[in-house]
Design a protein around this ligand. Structure first.
Ligand code: HEM
Length: 484
């Protein structure tokens, strides 16, 4: 069998393989990889990103296999990963081995106690309150909300950032920021997006040649990464830790922050991973996706429904039949609202924001699809391409929520081949939390409003998304009319 990477120094050192990829699609490397796979007639590609051998999966079957392979569950040690976490490898996203396993398990187990990833009345009440606050802002905007709501139109995803972030803060700290302070949450989301924009999902120049930051701090992405990360860490220090630490009471756990600090104290001298810096980075890793991906997904759902008003009507009718108009939909209604759920699944499939997932690393020599893959090789699963693979999804580029419904019963089909949250051991830690909150927001909006194009006639399209480790739309206006 041929080795994918011949022994010895890389044949295309430094930028070689990476430049080759950029030539296919400079702005959207996830699309470039699909074009490259077609050119080389292979769904699996091997190239050098800097001096790192890198294997890329570009269709459904190879991506699935890559995500599930036990030897492929590591993470690379990159410049950008260290830059964000005090020059160490901390948090959950960018660590591996036993440190990762313990921290992931600990955070998930204890976040669950505060409603993360399960049914929990306190959190559901909090999300309901956030949705009502959103409705009030739509109907009677005050202060900075007036920048996001004007003449019956709302700016998306911007208007959604605060509520989704507050849902997470409820689990982390047992408290939320009131409506008067929502602008602070929007500033947090801006910082997160600044960072995300500057991480190129397939690697990027800063990881290959970090010294470029001295010559070109802005063009190399260094400045965006530092400013974005500082914005998030400052928020954690100023808004969470400065309030939670002095009022800590070992008898009353208000949220995950208290539980982590209790563990730090219990461990005494030998903190083995339970340190102040690790607490900050775990918080960063939960805050990062929460402030962007779910609100962006709901905003994109609305963009699709503006283009497909018949589907919005169908979902609205279903919600009114099941829930009525007297109360907001709740998680008990979820099983009875298959069409809303199908819309969300279809948007997650088509608008997979986490296009190339998060780069994995091969932890021991192995074979993949007949090729030898040495330990240390970087692995890029193109989940955007997997979710649009025409061999698996009919009319793969079209918005067809009905594909998730059983034709006869109209209920959701059990089988869902999409993988917007990844698969396997590295499966997104926030999948259930996100799906629940996205459902609550979208169903409440569909119940109470109809959506139309904003006055400027603009809706995001595939070709003008903002690239980065998360691919996000530019802000867009939608006219929301209250249903009679
Ligand atoms: C629509 C929303 C979301 C999508 C589509 C999404 C998708 C993903 C994907 C593709 C990965 C990488 C999987 C891999 O490495 O193979 C990931 C990882 C992760 N996600 Fe999400 N995510 C979402 C929301 C969230 C939220 C709200 C949170 C936290 C509150 C979260 C926390 C995480 C964490 C901690 C990881 C790292 C897991 C690990 O490395 O072990 N995600 N997510």
């Amino acid at each position: 069998r041929p080795p994918m990477f011949p022994p010895g120094p890389p044949r295309l050192p430094l930028y070689g393989g990476y430049l080759h990829l950029l030539a296919y699609n400079y702005r959207y490397t996830y699309k470039g990889l699909v074009a490259m796979a077609a050119r080389y007639k292979s769904p699996v590609l091997g190239l050098y990103v800097g001096s790192d051998p890198t294997v890329i999966a570009t269709d459904f079957a190879s991506t699935r296999e890559m995500l599930l392979k036990p030897e492929f569950q590591g993470r690379p040690d990159t410049y950008a990963a260290r830059l964000r976490s005090f020059d160490e490898l901390l948090g959950i996203f960018f660590v591996d081995g036993s440190f990762w396993a313990e921290q992931r398990r600990f955070s998930l187990r204890h976040l669950r106690d505060f409603g993360f990833g399960r049914r929990f009345p306190r959190l559901e009440t909090a999300v309901g309150e956030e949705i009502r606050t959103l409705f009030e802002a739509i109907q009677h905007p005050v202060g900075t909300e007036k920048r996001l709501v004007r003449e019956g139109q709302v700016l998306l995803p911007d208007l959604l950032y605060a509520g989704f972030t507050n849902a997470l803060l409820e689990t982390l700290a047992g408290e939320r920021l009131p409506r008067a302070r929502h602008e602070t949450l929007r500033a947090l989301s801006r910082a997160v997006r600044l960072f995300q924009r500057h991480v190129e999902p397939s690697g990027g120049v800063i990881n290959i040649t970090p010294w470029l930051r001295h010559l070109a701090p802005t063009a190399s992405s260094y400045r965006g990464l530092v400013e974005g990360n500082d914005g998030v860490v400052d928020f954690i220090q100023d808004e969470l830790l400065s309030r939670q630490v002095p009022t800590f009471d070992a008898e009353v756990m208000r949220g995950f922050i208290d539980v982590f600090r209790a563990e730090m104290l219990n461990r005494g001298e030998d903190k083995s991973g339970f340190t102040e810096k690790q607490l900050i980075m775990v918080l960063v890793d939960y805050i990062f996706p929460s402030t962007t991906v779910p609100p962006v997904t709901v905003a994109m759902a609305i963009a699709y429904l503006v283009r497909h008003p018949d589907k919005a009507e169908r979902a609205h009718r279903e919600i009114v039949a099941v829930v009525g108009r007297g109360r907001l939909p709740n998680l008990d209604d979820r099983a009875s609202l298959p069409y809303t759920e199908a819309i969300l699944r279809e948007v997650l499939r088509l608008e997979t924001n986490t296009v190339l997932s998060v780069t994995h690393r091969c932890t021991e020599d192995t074979f993949f699809r007949g090729y030898f893959v040495p330990k240390g090789t970087l692995l890029i699963p193109n989940i955007w391409a997997a979710n649009r693979d025409p061999a698996v999804f009919e009319k793969a580029d079209q918005f067809v929520p009905e594909r998730f419904l059983d034709l006869r019963s109209g209920m959701l089909r059990k089988k869902d081949d999409t993988m917007p949250f990844g698969l396997g051991k590295r499966l997104c830690a926030g999948e259930t939390f996100s799906r629940q909150n996205m459902f609550l927001y979208l169903s409440a909006l569909l119940q109470n409003f109809s959506f139309e194009l904003g006055d400027d006639g603009y809706l995001p399209t595939e070709d003008d998304m903002v690239p980065g480790i998360l691919v996000t739309p530019k802000s867009f206006w939608v006219r929301l009319s209250e249903r009679p």
